[in-house]
Ligand binder design. Structure first.
Ligand SMILES: *Cc1c(COP(=O)(O)O)cnc(C)c1O
Length: 220
């Protein structure tokens, strides 16, 4: 039977939604991370009722979503991967939420792109809570500066913070740190938690969890 994979996807989604609802009230928004997924898997997720998706790369996201966007008017698309300034206009055109603002130059590019495109996606600042050398995100001590710059110089509205904890450390302290910084600056959004720790993130007050493999099965 060809509908078995679809049923698997629908079942996994239902289970994760139930786990999130049990972990925290209100439950965080489930973002289905569709990077590297097949068209069949994405269509199965849509058929299961999912309308909020996350992508890492602008180009792949265009391939996945440019036509589906017209077909499913209720979609919300989040950019969760690093953004180069020369892709800012494309990102602003496609995404409803950009979670990876992490430097002043990008704030300027996004502001220019929003003016040009006449669209204003919601913005999260990505915080490198583990202060990892190779990882994107602003260091925790610099969030205030970037927030001020984004608001006062670039005239952007920031709605929350996002983090990706180091893979080799317990995530809880990173979630707690992100929550504290968000609280200090009065930011309502908290994007944290992935396949391995979405329930934990929900208990720490995540407003958005970004789940790929646990929802779709493994990536191609
Ligand atoms: C890929 C990715 C995810 C989802 O990862 P899974 O472990 O497959 O759930 C979440 N957030 C970001 C930033 C990602 O790049």
């Amino acid at each position: 039977m060809t509908d078995t994979p679809n049923q698997d996807i629908a079942n996994r989604r239902a289970r994760i939604l139930a786990e999130l609802a049990a972990a925290h009230d209100p439950a965080p928004e489930l973002i289905a991370v569709s990077k590297s997924q097949s068209d069949e898997a994405i269509d199965a997720m849509l058929a299961a009722g999912q309308r909020v998706f996350g992508e890492n790369r602008v180009q792949e996201a265009e391939k996945h979503w440019e036509t589906r966007k017209d077909k499913y008017p209720g979609l919300t698309l989040h950019l969760i991967g690093p953004l180069q300034t020369n892709k800012a206009a494309e990102a602003v055109r496609l995404f409803d939420v950009i979670q990876t603002l992490d430097r002043e130059k990008l704030a300027d590019s996004l502001a220019t792109a929003m003016e040009k495109e006449g669209r204003r996606p919601k913005l999260f600042i990505q915080v490198n809570t583990g202060e990892e050398e190779q990882k994107a995100g602003v260091s925790p001590s610099k969030v205030g500066d970037l927030l001020r710059y984004s608001r006062e110089q670039a005239r952007l509205e920031i709605v929350g913070l996002m983090c990706i904890p180091p893979v080799d450390e317990p995530a809880g302290p990173h979630f707690a740190l992100l929550r504290k910084i968000a609280k200090d600056y009065g930011l309502p959004g908290l994007s944290m938690g992935m396949s391995g720790d979405y329930e934990l993130a929900a208990r720490y007050g995540a407003t958005h969890v970004r789940v790929g493999t646990a929802l779709f099965g493994s990536r191609d």
